[in-house]
Design a protein around this ligand. Sequence first.
Ligand code: SAM
Length: 341
Amino acid sequence: MSADERQLTAGCLFSGMGGLASGLQRAGFAIRWASDNDEYAAAAFRHRFPDVRFIEKDVCELVAAEGRLAGVDVLAGGFPCQSFSQAGVRAGFNDPRGALFFEIPRILGEMEPSERPRLLILENVPHLLYGEGGEWFDEVQRALRRAGYWFRDSACLVANVKDYTELPQDRERLFMVAASKAHFSCNPFSPSTVERCPESKPRPLSAFIDRERRAPEEAYLPEENRYYKMISREMEEGESPENVYQLRRSYVREKKQGLCPTLTANMGIGGHNVPFVRDDWGIRKMSVDEVAGLQGFKTCEPLFPDDMPETERYRLVGNAACVHLTALVGSACARILTEAV
Ligand SMILES: C[S@@+](CC[C@H](N)C(=O)[O-])C[C@H]1O[C@@H](n2cnc3c(N)ncnc32)[C@H](O)[C@@H]1O
């Protein structure tokens, strides 16, 4: 097989259950390895990608020297976003979770120059661009440039899932693509290289919500539950009872225009952020399969090992990068890499 015919490859740091990995696979990449330190992320990833080498480790303990992480064309990393999120404490790189970003350039530095990925695809929240008056982003730029990559704001895509894909989820994310100075004379990635899905008109939410079948009893709110009362009142007064209603800290928010609100990691653990819908049997939480479908995961086969607790399933799905959006960014990168051969 000639160099330009071989399949492009990717490795994933902070892999979670594999949102970035699935999107890159959809874009034609073979996933060579993935890593995360969370036992449930590891179990889900191994379940979904049984043939991919998975390294269950704290990223700070990952060693890339002496070929211990196989060379790949693309290194993907959806590093933790809590410290950069507008909704969080916004401690940025002062938060140890935010500082994990620096493990990416550290790992690149340990790789043999010939093994270093040609492109990096990093995913996070858009506020990383603006936080601390742009200082967070300056730090990211500096660190990636020092590691030997072209990178600046023009190589960033801020995209909403609902505008780029057919998935009706209001989820805005930042994709940053850096290009190796050893392979490129400048960074060939720009938002205009990402082609929106041809059918990017959102499919109706009803296509993702199973209102035909009764869900398990525990999914339904008892009528005497205070959340039931809050949500049903909102449904009576809202735009449509077919919409998704999300519990916020102390109130209920209707997500209008047939969209699903941003799915979050904490949606499975009680009051905050849980998306609810009404069906013929009552008001219930959206199921794990329903929210996974809205993140672009194929739910025709089980996504998780049978013994995985439900709260962990919701958390992993909420934490994941949207598969379809990643596939669009991945396809743009694949075109760049194939043309560059
Ligand atoms: C936003 S999620 C990434 C989701 C993932 N990119 C995807 O596409 O599904 C961040 C991930 O970082 C992982 N993580 C957090 N701290 C870590 C550490 N010290 N070492 C390795 N992974 C870590 C978390 O377990 C979580 O899965």
